[in-house]
Structure formats: structure tokens, C-alpha cells
Design a protein around this ligand. Structure first.
Ligand SMILES: [Mn+2]
Length: 254
């Protein structure tokens, strides 16, 4: 297929919660192979595997190796389950997948300076159900782990402040607007609106996350559009969306 020729349109191919493993190997490879040729960048919103075993990521990595566009990813909780993140990261790197863990990636796409901040995020809840920074050390550690994610997001957004296009890639949800449909009893485990503060301050063009399989596709933080691109929500292998790079901020996503 022809590459995307429109100089002012950035086509994103996004997917969260691919949950690749031995059984899904062929399906995942076929989905990557079927990506249209006009996608400019691939963004993977965590839970790339079912249990975080490095071999489970191989079919995804091998398929992505054939792509000639940037493939950026964050990990999710499933990717941590086997506690072999370094080995998993090595497999992803072999496939040319750039793993972001509080890092920033900058890509030049059609003369536009595109900045992507990738942070896994973490749990902690939303207004009315926040886990407090109080009590047993293990609870305070958990609070602190979310603080680290919020700080990494803040740092990353500051780093890409001057980019013409700014994208945030998370696994956990930063807003309740995209977890509507989930049982409120588990909201605190789906993300935290503490992650929303740096987003509200910096107003990136788009925020993507996954994790909330029964959530809602489109939400927002102030003027910033937020999308829950978990495959069970989009019901597609990859969700394609366009960023109109010359449109006014706040109205760039189509
Ligand atoms: Mn998850």
C-alpha cells in the first residue's frame, strides 16, 4: 500500500492489551502484517503479553521487525507478572520496538517534530476513591510508586514542550471518563487521576491508554482527548486515527 502522502496528517495505529502468547501468535502476527501502509507510527499501550514471559512477546516483535515506521510501547501489569522485564525488553528491542518507561521518543514525521511520552502509570483511584499516602509502609510504597509515574509523566511532557505534536502513551487510565462501564469497585485498580494533573497542565494533543477492558473508548482531560485503545474496547486489532498536524490544538484528532 501507498505511504500516507498528506504532509499534515499523522496516522496513528494504536492497540492496548494485545496479550500475545503462544496461542495468539499467528493472530497477532497477522494483525501486524495487515497494518495499512499509510500508518505513520504504531503505539502499543501495554499488556503486550499475557504473563510477561519473554517468549510470549516474540511473535509480536518478529512481526513488528518488518515495519518501517516507529513502533513505540509501554509495558502493562501483565508484562510484569513473570518479573522478567529486562528479558522481555530485549525481545522487544530485537523487533525494533522502542520501549518507553518514563522516557520520551522524538520522531521526525513529514517535517513535524513528534514527541511521545511513554509511562506505564499505576493504580491509586479517582476522586472519591483515592488510595491515601497513609498507614502501613507497603501502602505508602504503593502510593509512592504512583507518584514516581506521575513525576515521570510530568518530566516527559516538559521535555517535549516544544514539539509540534505531543502524544502521551500509558497503560493505566488517567481519567474516569474512559473507564465508564467498569465496576466502580475496581476503579482504584484501573488507574489514577493523579496522572491527569500533568496532562491538564501541558495539554498534549492526545492521550492513549489501555487496561480497562470494559471501559469507554473516548474521554477527555480538559480539552485533551483521551482514548482507551484496549482491544476489547476498540474491538479491532489496531485502531487507526489521524492527527491533523496543522489544525488548532484541541481539534486535531479525527
Ligand atoms: Mn492491564
Amino acid at each position: 500500500m501507498e505511504p500516507n502522502a498528506d504532509p499534515n496528517r499523522l496516522r496513528l495505529a494504536t492497540a492496548g492489551d494485545i496479550h500475545c502468547n503462544e496461542e495468539r501468535a499467528e493472530q497477532v502476527a497477522a494483525a501486524v502484517n495487515a497494518l495499512p501502509g499509510d500508518a505513520d507510527i504504531v503505539l502499543l499501550a501495554g499488556d503486550l503479553t499475557t504473563h510477561g514471559k519473554p517468549e510470549q512477546a516474540k511473535p509480536l516483535a518478529e512481526a513488528c521487525a518488518a515495519l518501517d515506521v516507529p513502533v513505540l510501547a509501554v509495558l502493562g501489569n501483565h508484562d510484569w507478572h513473570a518479573d522478567r522485564v529486562d528479558d522481555l525488553a530485549a525481545v522487544l528491542a530485537d523487533g525494533g520496538i522502542t520501549l518507553l518507561d518514563g522516557d520520551v521518543a522524538r520522531c521526525q514525521v513529514k517535517d513535524h517534530d513528534v514527541g511521545v511520552v511513554g509511562v506505564k502509570g499505576f493504580i491509586g483511584g479517582f476522586s472519591g476513591s483515592h488510595l491515601p499516602d497513609f498507614g502501613e509502609p507497603i501502602l505508602r510504597e504503593l502510593y509512592s510508586a504512583t507518584s514516581n509515574q506521575v513525576e515521570a509523566l510530568e518530566r516527559g511532557l516538559a521535555q517535549i514542550e516544544l514539539c509540534t505534536t505531543k502524544i502521551v502513551l500509558l497503560h493505566y487510565a488517567p481519567t474516569v471518563t474512559t473507564i465508564q462501564g467498569e465496576n466502580p469497585g475496581i476503579w482504584a485498580f484501573l488507574g489514577s487521576d493523579r496522572l491527569a494533573a500533568p496532562i491538564a497542565e501541558h495539554e498534549p494533543d492526545i492521550v492513549l491508554h489501555g487496561h480497562a477492558h470494559s471501559g469507554t473508548f473516548a474521554g477527555q482531560i480538559g480539552p485533551t482527548p483521551v482514548y482507551n485503545v484496549a482491544i476489547p474496547v476498540t474491538r479491532q486489532d489496531f485502531w487507526l486515527m489521524d492527527l491533523e498536524l496543522n489544525a488548532p490544538a484541541g481539534s486535531r484528532v479525527h
